[in-house]
Design a protein around this ligand. Structure first.
Ligand code: ME8
Length: 658
C-alpha cells in the first residue's frame, strides 16, 4: 500500500481559550491548500483538531468550576463549529482525549523506552505553564520570565523521563541541509538551523504533579506524558498507524504540515522529526511556518483586549455592508490569505479588511462579474448567442500566464502573491472593456464585436470562479450559479478556453459584495473580544495606518535600539516577477549588503545607483523572493508610493542617523 492521499495538517489547538484570528489563520491557510489540491484532482486528507491534555487546559476548567472532560468536550465543539462556519472543510477533527490517541501515545512511549530512546532521570528547572516548556537557566534572565511569552516561570524539581533528542542532532541537521524543501519558507529553515547550531539537549517527556493527561505506561509513579510529546503524535494517530497495519501508508507521511512560526523550529522541525526518526518512520514532506498577525503592532493578548474572534469579525462585516454572511465570511477568509504573514509578521486591522472588501471584492471582482453578466443580459438576453465567439488575444495569453503564476504561488503556500496574480486577470479585463467599450460597439450596431468582447469577459469570470474557490468557496459557488454552471470549474479547465458553448443560458446577475457605506463602516471599528474572555482594557479608537506613530509613544531607549544609518546604492536591479521590488547592493561603511526595497514604482534602478539613502541596519534579515534582505530602506510614503530620504549633503557611508 502506498500514498493515496495528499495529507495536510494544522496544529491541534489548545482549548483553554476560544479560537481567535491567529488560530483561524493557520486553519484557513490549510483549508485553502486542501481545496487547491482537491481542485487539481488530488485525494486530500485534511486533519485539524484540539490539544486537550495540557495542564493549562485542566487549570482553566478548574477555574470555571467544570469537570475537565466536560470542559474540553464543550470547547472542542466551539472549535469545530467555528471552523465549519468559516467554511473549513476538514476530513477529520482529532481530539487528544480520544482513546485511540491515548493508545498511540502509550505505544510510542513503550517502544522508545524499550529502545533506550526514552530513559528515566530527574529534572530541576524553570517551567513555563503557558508554553508547557522547561527552560535552561542560561536562557532566562534574572526576572525569571519565559523567553517566549514573558510570563513568570515556576521552579520544578521532579523525577521524569527524558527523550534522547541529543542523539538525533547531526542526523536532523544533515536531513534539513540535504532537503531544502523540507522546511518553508526559507527564513524558518534558517531559524531551525540556527536553533540546531546551539546544540540539542535531551527533553523531559513526562510531568508529575498532575493526573490530567496520558499516564506514563507501566510506572504508577511516572506521572503523565508531556503534552507536546503527546500532541505531536496526533498526526500519526489520525492515520490509523496502530490499527490499520500497512494500510496507514495511504496517508503517511504528511505532505504538508502548517503552523505558525512559534511552534516550528523547536517542536515541529526538531522534536517531531527526531521522534519519527526514533520510530524509524518517514518524515513529513514539507513543514510550513507562517508569521504572526499583530494587532496595533502588538501580539494579541487578552490583557490588551486586542484579541479578535473570527466569527464576530465576519458578522460585523455583514452588518456593516449588508453582504450575506457566507460571502462576508469568505471576504474575511480572502483578507486573511491576501494579508497572510509569510516570511515576517503582518498587521491585522479592521480598516485593512474594509479596504480589501471595498477595493478587491466590491470594486474589482464583484463589479467585473456583475457588469459582465448584466451586459450579457442587456444585449444578448443572457445567452451565449454565437458558438463562434472565442477568447481574444492578448487576453488568452494573459489568462494562461496568470493561472500558471497563481498555481505556482499557491503551491508555495504564498497566497498573497497567488491572489495578486489572480487579480491581474481582473485588471486586464477591466482595461480591455475600457479600450473596446462593448457598450459603444452595441450602439454602433456592431453586435458581433460586442459579443466577442463580452464572451472574453465571461470566460474570465469562469476562470476566476475556479481560481478563487480555495480562498472563497461560497463566493465561487455563487458565481458558478450566476454563470449557470453545474459546479465550480476544476483547475484543469482553467487553462482550457472557450468552454461556455454557443446557446448557453446564463443565470441572473446578483451583486455579491454590496459596498460598505462610509457611515456604516465605523461599525467595523469596534473591538471584538472573544466570547467568555475577561473584558480587558477597552481599546482606544482604532488607529488609521498613518496615525499609528501619533497614538503610541516609545522611550528614547527603545528608539536607540534602531540602528539607522546612511548607505550608498552601488548596484540596483529589478526583482523578477514583481512590479514593486528592487534588489539593491549597498555600501554601509566597510560593509556591502543586499537589501530588497519596494520602490520600483517610483524609481528605476538607474536613478538609484550612486544615491545616498537611509537604512535600518539592524533589522532581522528576511528572505524576500528568495533574496536575503539585510536591512530596510527608509522612505516617505506618499499616495502609496515610496519617496527616498536623502541626506542634505554627502556624508561618509555608515554614518549614524539619530
Ligand atoms: O501551539 N498570528 O496550540 P495553540 C498567527 N497546541 N498565528 C497565530 C497567532 C497569531 N497572532 N496566534 C497563534 C499550540 N497563532 C499547540 C500545538 S500541534 C501538535 C500542538 C498560531 O492553540 C500559532 O502559531 O497555541 C499556532 O500555529 C497556533 O495558532 C497555536 O495554537
Amino acid at each position: 500500500m502506498g500514498k493515496r492521499y495528499y495529507y495536510i495538517t494544522t496544529p491541534i489547538y489548545y482549548v483553554n481559550s476560544t479560537p481567535h484570528i491567529g488560530t483561524a489563520l493557520t486553519t484557513i491557510v490549510a483549508d485553502a491548500c486542501a481545496r487547491f489540491y482537491k481542485r487539481r484532482g488530488r485525494a486530500v486528507y485534511f486533519l485539524t483538531g484540539t490539544d486537550e491534555n495540557a495542564p493549562k487546559v485542566h487549570r482553566v476548567a478548574q477555574e470555571q468550576g467544570k469537570p475537565t472532560q466536560q470542559f474540553v468536550d464543550e470547547m472542542a465543539e466551539v472549535f469545530a463549529r467555528t471552523w465549519r462556519m468559516l467554511h473549513i472543510e476538514y476530513d477529520v477533527f482529532i481530539r487528544t482525549t480520544e482513546e485511540r490517541h491515548k493508545r498511540t501515545v502509550t505505544e510510542v512511549f513503550r517502544r522508545l523506552r524499550e529502545k533506550g530512546d526514552i530513559y528515566k532521570g530527574s529534572y530541576q528547572g524553570w517551567y513555563c505553564l503557558s508554553c508547557e516548556t522547561f527552560w535552561a537557566t542560561s536562557k532566562i534572565g534574572a526576572e525569571r520570565s519565559c523567553p517566549d511569552c514573558g510570563k513568570p516561570l515556576e521552579w520544578r524539581d521532579e523525577p521524569c523521563y527524558y527523550f534522547r533528542l541529543s542523539a538525533y542532532e547531526s542526523r536532523l541537521r544533515e536531513y534539513i541541509q540535504s532537503n531544502p524543501h523540507f522546511i518553508q519558507p526559507e527564513v524558518r529553515r534558517n531559524e531551525t538551523l540556527g536553533f540546531l547550531a546551539e546544540g540539542l539537549q535531551d527533553v523531559a517527556v513526562s510531568r508529575s504533579g498532575t493526573d490530567w493527561g496520558v499516564p506514563v505506561p507501566d510506572d504508577p509513579d511516572g506521572g503523565v506524558v508531556y503534552v507536546w510529546f503527546d500532541a505531536l503524535l496526533n498526526y500519526l494517530t489520525a492515520t490509523g498507524w496502530l490499527e490499520r497495519g500497512e494500510e496507514y501508508l495511504d496517508l503517511w507521511p504528511p505532505d504538508l504540515q502548517l503552523m505558525g512560526k512559534d511552534i516550528l523550529p523547536r517542536f515541529h522541525a526538531t522534536i517531531w522529526p527526531a521522534m519519527l526518526m526514533a520510530l524509524e518512520l518517514p518524515l513529513p514532506e514539507r513543514l510550513y511556518g507562517h508569521g504572526w498577525f499583530l494587532v496595533n503592532q502588538k501580539k494579541m493578548s487578552k490583557s490588551l483586549g486586542n484579541v479578535y474572534a473570527p466569527l464576530e469579525v465576519a458578522q460585523a462585516l455583514t452588518t456593516a455592508s449588508g453582504c450575506e454572511l457566507p460571502y462576508a465570511t469568505d471576504a474575511f477568509r480572502y483578507y486573511m490569505l491576501r494579508e497572510m504573514p509569510t516570511d515576517s509578521d503582518a498587521e491585522f486591522s479592521l480598516e485593512g479588511l474594509e479596504t480589501r472588501y471595498n477595493g478587491d471584492l466590491a470594486n474589482d471582482l464583484g463589479n467585473l462579474v456583475h457588469r459582465t453578466l448584466s451586459m450579457m443580459h442587456r444585449y444578448f438576453e443572457g445567452r451565449v448567442a454565437s458558438g463562434e465567439w472565442r477568447v481574444e488575444e492578448p487576453l488568452a495569453t494573459v489568462f494562461q500566464r496568470q493561472v500558471e503564476r497563481a498555481t505556482e504561488a499557491f503551491e508555495q503556500v504564498d497566497f498573497p502573491r497567488g491572489l495578486r496574480e489572480v487579480w491581474e486577470i481582473i485588471s486586464a479585463v477591466n482595461r480591455y472593456y475600457d479600450e473596446q467599450a462593448p457598450w459603444a460597439q452595441m450602439k454602433a450596431g456592431d453586435t458581433q464585436r460586442a459579443g466577442q468582447v463580452l464572451y472574453t469577459g465571461l470566460e474570465a469570470v469562469r476562470i476566476l470562479c475556479g481560481l478563487i474557490e480555495p480562498a472563497m468557496p461560497a463566493v465561487a459557488h455563487a458565481i458558478a450559479t450566476q454563470l449557470n454552471l453545474p459546479t465550480v470549474p476544476p483547475w484543469s479547465e482553467l487553462t482550457e478556453f472557450n468552454r461556455l458553448p454557443g446557446g448557453h443560458i446564463l443565470g441572473q446577475p446578483t451583486p455579491i459584495f454590496p459596498r460598505l457605506q462610509a457611515e456604516k463602516a465605523t461599525k467595523l471599528g469596534q473591538p471584538h473580544r472573544l466570547e467568555g474572555e475577561p473584558p480587558g482594557e477597552p481599546k482606544k479608537e482604532t488607529a488609521r495606518q498613518g496615525d499609528k506613530a501619533m497614538n503610541e509613544t516609545i522611550t528614547i531607549d527603545e528608539f536607540k535600539r534602531l540602528d539607522i544609518r546612511i548607505a550608498r546604492v552601488v548596484q540596483a536591479e529589478p526583482v523578477p516577477k514583481t512590479d514593486k521590488l528592487l534588489k539593491l547592493t549597498i555600501e554601509l561603511g566597510d560593509e556591502t549588503r543586499t537589501i530588497v526595497a519596494g520602490i520600483a514604482e517610483t524609481y528605476t534602478p538607474e536613478q538609484l545607483v550612486g544615491k545616498q539613502i537611509v537604512v535600518l541596519a539592524n533589522l532581522q534579515p528576511a528572505t524576500i523572493r528568495g533574496i536575503v534582505s539585510e536591512g530596510m530602506l527608509l522612505a516617505a510614503e506618499v499616495d502609496g508610493k515610496a519617496i527616498l530620504l536623502i541626506p542634505d549633503r554627502e556624508v561618509p557611508t555608515g554614518s549614524i542617523v539619530r
